[in-house]
Design a protein around this ligand. Structure first.
Ligand code: UP5
Ligand code: MG
Length: 320
C-alpha cells in the first residue's frame, strides 16, 4: 500500500512539474523522480526480499542441488509440485483429433468426383480459331486480309487490338502497352487474352461469325496454353516463314509511312530477338502436336496466298 501511495505521489509530482513549462526540462524531471523511485524500491525490497542481487546470491545453491554426486550431490532434487508438471494429455487429445480430421478429409476426397477442368469460353466445335504466326514483317496481316475476303473469317490482330487499347483514353494499360511495343517485348498475357476474348464475343454477338484468324498471337508458351484453356482451342497454326533480311527490308520500307512506333531499326532488332527466343518455341510446340501449316512467305504476296490456300485445303478440306 505504501509503495502504491508513493507511486501516486510521484506521478502527481511529475504531472505538476511537467505543467510548469520550460523550467521542467527532461533531465530535471528525471532528477526529481529519483527520490521517489528509490523510496519505491526500498518499500518493495523490505517486503519481498527478492531483489536481483539477492536472487543472484541464491543461485549457486540452487545449482548445487541439481548437480551430480561428484559435486557432493547427496542432496535429492526438490520434489516437483504438481503445478510445475507438464501435462501431456491435452497434446495427445489435440494430435488424435487432428489425425482423425485429416483421415476424414482424405476419405471424403476419395469419394468426391475429380476436379473439373476449366471450360473454354467457346467450344471448338462451334467456333473456329486459326492462329497466324510468323516473324515481324513476314506478311501475316497481308495474307489474313485475303483469307477474310475469300473465306469469311474475322481477322483479329493482337497487335492492332493492343495499339487500339493503348490509344483508348483512360486505359490503365496504355503506357505499359506503349513501352512493350516500342521495345519489342510481349505485353502481359492477361491484357491480350482479355482483348481477344472480348473481340470474339463482340463479333459473335454483332455478326454471328464464328470463324477467327488470330494474327500475331500466341507469341509465348504461357499465352498459348492459357488461351486454349480459357478462350478456345485452336484448330491449327498457320505459320509464315521468312528470312530476317527480307522481313527487315519490308519493315524499314513500311516504316517510312506507317507511323508505327516499332518500325525502326532499333525496335525491329528487338522484335526479331523476342521472336526467335520466345515465339519460335510456340511454333515448335504446335509442330510437335502436328498442328502447324507452314508457308514460305518470301515470294510476292499473291504467290504466298496461292500456297496458303493449297496448304489449308490439304489440312482442313476444301471448305475451311
Ligand atoms: N509485305 C507483306 N508480304 C509481302 C510479300 N510477300 N512480299 C513483299 N512484301 C510483303 O507486312 C509487312 C510489310 O511487308 C508490309 O508493308 C507489306 O506490304 C509487306 P505485314 O503483312 O504487315 O506483316 P506482319 O507479319 O503482319 O508484320 P507486323 O509488323 O504486323 O508483325 P509483328 O508481329 O511484328 O506486329 P504485331 O502488330 O503483330 O505486334 C506488334 C507488337 O505488339 C509486338 O512486337 C509486341 O510488342 C506486341 N504484341 C504483344 O505483346 N502480344 C501479342 O500477342 C501481339 C503483339
Ligand atoms: Mg501485322
Amino acid at each position: 500500500m505504501a509503495a502504491t501511495a508513493c507511486g501516486r505521489q510521484a506521478w502527481r509530482q511529475l504531472m505538476r512539474n511537467s505543467c510548469r513549462g520550460p523550467a521542467a526540462t527532461p533531465s530535471k524531471l528525471l532528477r526529481q523522480q529519483q527520490p521517489y523511485r528509490l523510496a519505491f524500491q526500498r518499500q518493495t525490497s523490505s517486503t519481498t526480499r527478492t531483489t536481483p542481487s539477492s536472487l543472484l546470491r541464491q543461485q549457486p545453491l540452487a545449482q548445487r542441488s541439481y548437480s551430480s554426486g561428484s559435486q557432493g550431490g547427496q542432496q535429492t532434487p526438490p520434489p516437483r509440485s504438481s503445478n510445475s508438471q507438464i501435462k501431456f494429455w491435452p497434446f495427445v487429445v489435440l494430435i488424435a483429433l487432428g489425425s482423425g480430421g485429416y483421415m476424414l478429409l482424405i476419405n471424403r476426397r476419395k469419394t468426391m468426383p475429380p476436379t473439373t477442368q476449366t471450360t473454354p469460353a467457346f467450344s471448338p466445335s462451334e467456333v473456329t480459331v486459326l492462329f497466324v504466326l510468323g516473324g515481324p514483317g513476314a506478311g501475316k496481316g497481308t495474307q489474313c486480309a485475303r483469307l477474310v475476303r475469300d473465306y469469311q473469317f474475322t481477322h483479329l490482330s493482337a497487335g492492332d487490338l493492343l495499339r487500339e487499347e493503348q490509344d483508348r483514353p483512360g486505359s490503365q494499360y496504355g503506357q505499359l502497352i506503349k513501352d512493350c511495343i516500342k521495345n519489342g517485348e510481349i505485353v502481359p498475357m492477361e491484357v491480350t487474352i482479355a482483348l481477344l476474348e472480348n473481340a470474339m464475343r463482340d463479333t459473335i454477338t454483332r455478326t454471328g461469325n464464328k470463324k477467327f484468324l488470330i494474327d500475331g498471337f500466341p507469341r509465348k508458351m504461357d499465352q498459348a496454353l492459357k488461351f486454349e484453356e480459357v478462350v478456345c482451342p485452336a484448330k491449327l497454326v498457320l505459320f509464315y516463314d521468312c528470312p530476317e533480311a527480307e522481313m527487315e527490308k519490308r519493315l524499314l520500307e513500311r516504316g517510312k509511312t506507317s507511323g508505327r512506333a516499332d518500325d525502326n531499326a532499333e525496335s525491329i532488332r528487338k522484335r526479331f530477338r523476342t521472336f526467335v527466343e520466345t515465339s519460335m518455341p510456340v511454333v515448335h510446340h504446335y509442330e510437335a502436336e502436328n498442328r502447324v501449316v507452314k508457308v514460305i512467305s518470301t515470294p510476292p504476296p499473291d504467290q504466298v496466298y496461292a500456297d496458303t490456300q493449297v496448304q489449308l485445303k490439304k489440312a482442313l478440306g476444301d471448305k475451311f
